[in-house]
Write a protein that binds this ligand. Sequence first.
Ligand code: ADP
Ligand code: MG
Length: 245
Amino acid sequence: MTLLKVERLTKSFGGVVAASDVSLTVRRGEMVALIGPNGAGKSTVFNMIGGQLQPDSGHVLLDDAPITQATASERFRKGIGRTFQVAQAFLSMTVLENVQMALLSRYGETRGLWSPVRPCHREEALGLLTQVGMEGVADRPSAELAYGDVKRMELAIALAGDPKLILMDEPTAGMAPAERSALMELTDSLARSRHMGVLFTEHDMDVVFGHADRVLVLLRGQIIATGTPDEIRRDPRVREAYLGD
Ligand code: ADP
Ligand code: MG
């Protein structure tokens, strides 16, 4: 069943066509990698799916319902969770409070900036932290976390929206190889067990080929190839354009 359908998204910045006629689909339970060199347009595509950026033309559909006009927070409530290339968590709060904040947002409960989030949805937040293996650091200020743990916390924040789809833009950038595999293994098992779709970008080809069910190759704003990791690895256009031989 198609969960996310992206139809012919196009976006220009001044004279630069960052995304041109990009179409793709993600099914439930599927891990899809969007790869391509720096400047290929990956983040632009993610931002148009997440609602941070309006396309010049094209459509985004979630479970066959058009969401192209929806704001980012509306999309979060409809089931699109995401982690960002730069961590967006509130660093002054504890790990648990960050997840509690996300649950408040999911349930549409607004809180004044200074009212305590502590009592809200505590058990559910702890449950999500357990799913990402962080129950032991729930009360630590998130500013003190190692980089890999910030990424796992962001995953818990994304899960707080009970997402159908998770968007991960370079989740493992800046991580050591072992940490990278661990994060993607966690994501992979969550995608299977929760039957979520995952769309991710990643520069480490071992991670891509190890975890993606399908790979899309973006070059200068256009998708030049799509296939299984094996097909992409063997595709001569991809090897020439991107894999460097
Ligand atoms: P990637 O994530 O694959 O590295 P991006 O989507 O960030 O690529 O960028 C694609 C192209 O669009 C690049 O040429 C970039 O300079 C340009 N671009 C991206 N965002 C903006 C913006 N907000 N304003 C102007 N140009 C942008
Ligand atoms: Mg990017």
